[in-house]
Unconditional design. Structure first.
Length: 173
């Protein structure tokens, strides 16, 4: 399940175990079985669009949200253990889009500039791939989606193009 967007600057995500509501200044994590509020994250930076991502894999139930309002830092939070897993310095400018693959082992991100898309391993936060969507023209990335087998990453924006990147393993020499 991908993120659901509303016009109230919130983002709601869910998997089999968790429901996450991300507001401009806070994040709420609920247990899906009884809707009990498990954790409220109040010390989050300004997040005017309510940007967040929750892995659909309930075993790797990771939550990602912006760790800074001025740069593209990503906080990765384990929604099962309710602890911060890692912080990823992903981009120089604020985040525009983030998403997990189907197994919750990879996280893709794009900044507001929309020229560079990066993919990280989760939970380590190590950069695996970096793709250029363009060189000079900034765009608004509206969505990032992994294929179910995590071999491709699709990126859409406010332009008339869709970019599909192959996530190939390049052997080291």
């Amino acid at each position: 399940m991908n993120n659901f967007h509303s016009h109230e600057n919130t983002d709601k995500s869910l998997n089999e175990k968790r429901l996450v509501v991300c507001l401009e200044e806070s994040v709420y994590i609920h247990n899906i079985k009884d809707m009990k509020l498990l954790r409220t994250l109040l010390d989050t930076p300004q997040n005017p669009t309510g940007l967040c991502a929750l892995s659909i894999n309930h075993s790797n139930s990771y939550l990602a949200y912006p760790g800074s309002a001025s740069v593209g830092e990503i906080m990765v939070y384990d929604a099962n253990t309710l602890k911060i897993e890692c912080t990823i310095p992903a981009h120089d400018s604020p985040l525009a889009a983030i998403t997990f693959n189907s197994t919750g082992t990879k996280l893709a991100s794009a900044s507001e500039k929309g020229t560079v898309i990066r993919v990280f391993s989760i939970p380590e936060g190590q950069k695996l791939y970096e793709f250029r969507r363009g060189m000079k023209r900034y765009v608004n990335i509206s969505s990032l989606v992994f294929s179910m087998d995590s071999q491709f990453l699709c990126v859409s924006s406010n332009t008339e193009t869709v970019h599909i990147f192959r996530l190939e393993h390049i052997p080291e020499k």
